[in-house]
Design a protein around this ligand. Structure first.
Ligand SMILES: C[S@@+](CC[C@H](N)C(=O)[O-])C[C@H]1O[C@@H](n2cnc3c(N)ncnc32)[C@H](O)[C@@H]1O
Length: 240
């Protein structure tokens, strides 16, 4: 049987190395933060985001209890503001969409209007050979819609620079599934450029044509405009 959690880890471990930078965009109870922290080790760094103070408390306790290296910055802010806090290119990013497990507060779930700019920023921040993993929970309505929205966005990405894929159990449509975005290493991009020549039909990530292809129907209706991130200022308002 396919074990999606194991599969997620295998993909992350194929890209993430000791000393790398990683981001947990939805820290929750810190399980992914702990995995990333152990993988990058004391020479690496993990930035973890959540909007709930309870998540930061729970994650800090989890990391301390597990004896994780002190290589993390826990940030109480929405993930779409990532550029205010993370200046480096990121080797691995993880989104585990939905609500905080065990909190009883399902209202504080991830929402399309902030998930989309956060995922777009996360793709832009990827280092060469970097990986972004987004786990989706279609068992609740917002989760289902987030998944559809992301499929439409990922389909627009420049295939010469990024590979976007989806891992889903087809005969269990409400089970969680995940998307992967893998950024090609720089030399692979140069080889493809040389092979495809001037008429290769290449487009840059997020260029105008691609944005138009995404189509208005799939985009979330903005109830209130998400804050536009300031340029990154390292250390600003970081941590607890
Ligand atoms: C499914 S949980 C994550 C579980 C986590 N990966 C773990 O290992 O426990 C989703 C988390 O996303 C958080 N969240 C919701 N909206 C957010 C936002 N805009 N920015 C950052 N985190 C958000 C929720 O508070 C919740 O803790």
């Amino acid at each position: 049987m396919v074990d999606l959690l194991q599969l997620e880890k295998q993909f992350l471990l194929a890209h993430l190395r000791e000393g790398d930078i990683a981001v947990d965009y939805t820290m929750g109870n810190g399980n992914d933060t702990l995995f990333l922290s152990r993988t990058v080790g004391p020479r690496g760094h993990v930035y973890a985001f959540d909007i709930q103070e309870a998540a930061l408390r729970s994650t800090r306790a989890r990391l301390t209890e597990a004896g994780a290296p002190e290589n993390y910055t826990l940030i109480q802010a929405s993930h779409h503001l990532v550029r205010q806090y993370v200046c480096e290119q990121v080797k691995a990013g993880v989104f585990n969409l939905g609500y905080l497990p065990g909190s009883g507060n399902k209202a504080l779930t991830t929402l399309r209007e902030t998930t989309l700019p956060a995922v777009e920023a996360a793709v832009d921040l990827l280092a060469p050979d970097g990986i972004l993993l987004v786990a989706v929970y279609p068992g609740h309505e917002e989760g289902r819609l987030e998944g559809e929205m992301l499929a439409a966005y990922f389909a627009t990405l420049n295939r010469y620079r990024l590979c976007a894929s989806c891992f889903r159990i087809l005969n269990s449509p409400t089970s969680p599934y995940f998307y992967l975005v893998e950024k090609k290493a720089e030399d692979a991009v140069s080889v493809q450029k040389a092979q495809s020549g001037p008429k290769g039909g290449k487009r840059e990530v997020g260029d105008k044509k691609n944005r138009e292809k995404r189509g208005k129907a799939e985009l979330p209706r903005q109830t209130s405009a998400p804050q536009v991130p300031e340029p990154c200022e390292r250390g600003k308002g970081v941590g607890v």
